[in-house]
Design a protein around this ligand. Structure first.
Ligand SMILES: Cc1cc2nc3c(=O)[nH]c(=O)nc-3n(C[C@H](O)[C@H](O)[C@H](O)COP(=O)(O)OP(=O)(O)OC[C@H]3O[C@@H](n4cnc5c(N)ncnc54)[C@H](O)[C@@H]3O)c2cc1C
Length: 527
């Protein structure tokens, strides 16, 4: 672990909020260290739809959140356009949907300043041919798609350029308190097991759904509600635009394009704790059933993966449905609770991450006596090599455009060549991050295609071995961990082609290579 014993601000959590805060503070000239227990975007920031909300989804339930989304969506198009695909979006109703809601929708959008354009349902079907013949109403809105991986990696890279530091795979495990302050923070580096203490003038808890657990380490209670949402990835892109169901938010009512695929979701399931989650068969069935009412092709299409995330919601009442709990963000200054240099930022949305970071930085700077203003409103997020390879679906174009004849293809589903993997390894090395299959998976399309890592994990592990990244049985252990992670997303989709795919993966990884859970890696050539 890097030896850091003091900083001005310690940020806990490397999702969109924490990385956005690191950039905001460092642009104001405030030194900070970000601590993340896994890799960047290991939480909800890596498990969401990637929808840059126009705000229209929230006009009935949370007009403040709707306005925030509208404002931030406009601002991010200017400041981080390279992370956004400006697809536009449709809200569509089908026969049987609430007529009152359909009739009130334009006026509710108007009250929140959100532009909508009424479309004739036939016109909408002309724009998106997959829409159901029974579409009875359609409106166009300014929804877009945002790549959360690119966003966090670019934010952190720019923060580092301005002096911020990052400790990955390092968990905050405790606080030493004294005189109404956090005196030091105890960190444990997972790969080595090393433990250190770091002193900071201010500590920010940006741990999303884990905010309650981290605050509890300081003896503070935050009433968190954990709402799991699951999402399905289709093999092909089903629609050009974001398609929303024109009704109060519920399950299976959004389809978001993501490069060459589409992402269908989501659900809202109360869970007791944010760890160890996976999509269930019941959620998958419900999402497909509801989604197919908008776009019938969703009942027959091939799904290649399911994944999920936990919404960090703060509730003052635990009695109502989770969709009643505000999706707006919560900024808590813990000074009135007796800890003067501790702040929590949680809740909110990916769309509002920058605003959340700005408000948090304003509070922290006020406590530090720093008057420098926020610059993320006016200074575009630069493009950097660190976020380069997270572009969904454009890999084939890049490959055809400029590959060298001796550049081997390591991931055939998503066209990721050895040169691209080497480029990521280089940036990982420069950032002091481990060169693992998992880290490559977060920064590229490897393992995300129909084979779900069956073939590419082996080729890439061999490539990493040849590059001297592994010693002993580390490569086999990594393939097993990678396959286990992909399996979480396959196990609720076991019918037709995904079932065949899973059988093939099991035969290859377990039967042929002996990588079943718990088994030591087989020595020597396979039988
Ligand atoms: C299913 C689903 C779909 C969504 N879809 C959208 C969408 O389409 N558009 C949108 O705008 N929003 C969406 N959201 C909301 C959005 O994803 C979240 O609001 C946002 O990503 C939260 O970011 P965060 O950085 O606050 O938290 P997170 O991304 O959860 O980051 C918290 C980080 O803290 C780390 N951490 C936790 N404990 C510790 C510790 N002790 N020490 C060190 N690190 C720690 C975690 O590993 C994690 O990386 C969705 C959410 C879900 C669940």
């Amino acid at each position: 672990m890097q030896a850091i014993d003091k900083t001005t601000v310690l940020i806990i959590g490397g999702g969109a909020t924490g990385t956005g805060l690191a950039r905001d503070l460092s642009l104001r000239g405030v030194p900070c260290v970000l601590v993340e227990k896994h890799d960047l975007n290991a939480g909800a920031s890596g498990g969401n739809h990637g929808l840059l909300h126009s705000g229209a989804r929230y006009v009935a339930s949370d007009s403040e959140a709707a306005r925030e989304c509208r404002e931030e969506g406009r601002l991010l198009r200017r400041m981080a356009g390279h992370c956004i695909e400006d697809t536009g979006g449709l809200f569509v109703a089908v026969q049987g949907d609430d007529e009152r809601y359909i009739a009130d929708f334009p006026a509710m959008c108007g009250q929140c300043g959100i532009p909508v354009e009424a479309l004739d349902p036939r016109e909408a079907r002309g724009m998106e041919p997959g829409l159901a013949p029974g579409t009875v109403a359609a409106y166009a809105v300014a929804d877009a798609v945002i790549d959360p991986f690119r966003l966090s990696l670019q934010n952190m890279a720019d923060a580092q350029r301005h002096g911020a530091r990052i400790l990955r795979y390092t968990q905050v495990c405790g606080f030493r308190l004294g005189n109404g302050q956090i005196r030091s923070v105890r960190l444990v580096h997972a790969p080595s097991g090393d433990s250190v203490e770091i002193e900071a003038l201010q500590v920010v808890n940006a741990t999303g759904a884990w905010a309650g657990g981290v605050a509890a380490l300081a003896g503070i209670e935050i009433p968190m509600v954990y709402s799991k949402g699951s999402l399905l990835v289709t093999q092909e892109r089903i629609a050009r635009r974001v398609i929303n169901r024109l009704r109060r938010p519920t399950d299976g009512d959004i389809l978001v394009p993501g490069g060459t695929v589409s992402i269908l979701g989501t659900t809202s399931m109360r869970i007791p704790c944010p760890d160890g989650i996976a999509p269930t068969v019941q959620e998958v069935d419900r999402i497909i059933e509801e989604g197919a009412a908008m776009l019938p092709v969703l009942a027959a299409t091939r799904y290649i993966r399911a994944y999920c995330g936990v919404r960090p919601l703060v509730s003052l009442s635990t009695a109502c449905d989770d969709r009643c709990v505000s999706r707006g963000f919560v900024l808590i200054d813990h000074a009135p609770q007796g800890i003067g240099n501790f702040t929590t930022i949680t809740g909110g949305k990916l769309t509002t991450f920058r605003l959340m970071a700005e408000k948090t930085a304003d509070l922290v700077c006020a406590k530090l006596g720093v008057s420098a203003p926020c610059r993320t409103r006016t200074e575009p997020l630069p493009v950097s090599a660190e976020g380069h390879w997270t572009e969904p679906g454009i890999a084939p174009k890049q490959w055809l455009r400029g590959h060298a004849a001796d550049d081997r293809m390591l991931c055939e589903c998503e066209m990721v060549p050895a040169s691209a993997v080497d480029q990521i390894l280089e940036t990982l090395r420069e950032a002091g991050a481990p060169s693992s299959l998992e880290a490559l998976g977060r920064r590229s399309r490897i393992g995300k295609g129909p084979c779900q890592g069956t073939f590419c994990s082996l080729r890439i592990a061999a490539h990493l071995h040849n590059r001297g990244c592994y010693s002993g049985g580390a490569g086999a252990a990594e393939i097993r961990a990678f396959a286990r992670e992909r399996w979480k997303g396959l196990q609720a989709l076991l019918w037709e082609m995904p079932l065949v795919q899973a059988e093939l993966q099991e035969a290859l990884l377990c039967g042929f290579l002996g990588l079943e859970a718990g088994a030591p890696p087989r020595k020597g050539p396979p039988p």
